[in-house]
Design a protein. Sequence first.
Length: 436
Amino acid sequence: MARETWATRIGFILAAVGSAVGLGNIWRFPFQTGQEGGAAFLLVYLLFVVAIGFPAILVEFVIGRRTNLNAVGSLRELGGGAWRYVGWLFVVTGFVILSYYSVVAGWFARYLVVGVTDGFTVTTEAEAAELFGIVSTGLDSLVFHAIFMALVIGIVAMGVRRGIELAVKVMVPAIILFLIGLAAYGTTLDGAGAAYAYYLSPDFGVVVDNWTSLLPAAAGQAFFTLSLGMGVMITYASYLGEDRNLATDAGVIVFLDTAIAVLVGFVVFPFIFAAGTDPGQIAVGAIFFSLTQAFATLPFGTLLGIVFFGVVTIAALSSAISILEVLVSYLIDEHPIDRLPATLGAGGAIFLLGVPVTLDLVFLDLLDGLADGVLLVLGALILVVFVGWVIPDVGLSELGQGITSVDPWDDIWLWMVRLPIVIVLVVALALGALDY
Ligand code: PHE
Ligand code: NA
């Protein structure tokens, strides 16, 4: 059977945006921003997205489109030798991330169901914490993890065109519209002014004092949110048939993902300040406390909450399918396995790996810290070195496709990829690994 391709160009862009936009923007970005000092973190993160994330997404695109192969096979084909084993890191990373990602997505889905069946009625911190306890650990968490993984498996099993492409065409525009509505609503809340000040005016002292934790956190968040460092963008670009300008597509994807994360800040921080919660305390669960309390007190709160949790669940779904697709495309390219059994096998194994997370949040910190602090940064570092030093000609020729004039940016890109980005990533990896 011929290898699949995207039906349309916009289908590719939407799928990549769908992968990028997810819990990284909505759940992870606000609590990282809260823990690392607000606007100071936002500033460093934005810098990394532009100076590292954008060049790094192009690194993955050139590999994928050149080879039309999965993340493991493409490195083997272009690099040969020991490079054939590097792709295994991506497989491991995919298993690690999706196992806990699905559990957290299940919480959002569970809150959606709470809103639909009971409405949001919890007004005190203690009650909110109790509700979060029920949702996040034990049977509820397990059941919703199972439901979420079943949805992911179902979509990926249907294949590139019918499953992924059609799903994201509906999801992505819906996400953007709903978030704009919620952010507009946030402007009317008490405490909105304090929230914007916290979010938007950086304290440079924080950057200087906390750089050893801020740097790896911002680098990790930049890769996590852009789905970089584990072969997602290699895999998605491998389904591209034609030669068009990759940089334009990368620009659209990076811009939309960043805009959505920034927009989420405009939703979450006003709600958190209105609920009187300390933003430094918004760890993995407190975002749920603040938001459910806010939804309980606001006019039309239950409706708003249902919309919010519904949007997040959909966004998480379009990211989760991209992670499973990395594993499935590897299995079907490199082994005599069909899509359905590959999807069921990999998806089932991921479900099992996620089970401990449904029992104790300790495992969430462990897996998330490993993925974000070590695996993604390491994966991105390897890819950047690979394209910059091993196959720079392939990189430049792929980047030049679809561009008629001679483009000085290509040289700047190669220079960035070869040295400055490598240095920053080595430092971030060392700090992140020490921290872990
Ligand atoms: N980018 C996704 C998000 O922000 C998460 C993700 C990470 C997806 C790595 C694929 C690979 O939620
Ligand atoms: Na993201």
